[in-house]
Design a protein around this ligand. Sequence first.
Ligand code: FAD
Length: 116
Amino acid sequence: ATPGDCPADVETLGRSSWTLLHSIAAIYPTTPTASDQSDIKSFMKLFAKFYPCWSCAEDFQEYIQKKDVRASSRDEFGNWLCDAHNEVNKKLGKPVFDCSKWEERWRTGWKDGRCD
Ligand code: FAD
């Protein structure tokens, strides 16, 4: 079969999902309305509920219950998401990402211009 035309495994699904989530943080308003804030919280809750890896979904729902989604600004949501991703990184023994760099990674591109 052509690579890629099979159901997504946990890694492919995870990479694509983090790309989507951090990219949403990148366009989340710097000064969100009350409805933006309540919508992004609902979105994250429902995303976690229907995440198509059941053990991942269970842990992520638990994480959201413990660490309420914070989204009173783009910066706050970006950092909340970065912390959530780091929690999974730790669980999987992957390196912890420096959250002061989330915007360079997902919104502006790196300062050294490698994404230009
Ligand atoms: P990924 O972790 O997919 O990261 C992609 C890129 O994001 C990295 O290359 C890096 O540039 C950047 N990045 C890394 N960390 C951060 C961060 N903290 N903030 C911002 N950017 C960052 N897999 C399991 O096996 N078990 C699980 O329980 C599990 N739970 C998951 C829960 C959720 C909600 C999601 C979205 C995924 C989950 N995954 C889980 C998948 C797992 O997190 C990885 O996506 C997968 O293992 C592939 O890892 P990767 O090394 O390609 O990088």
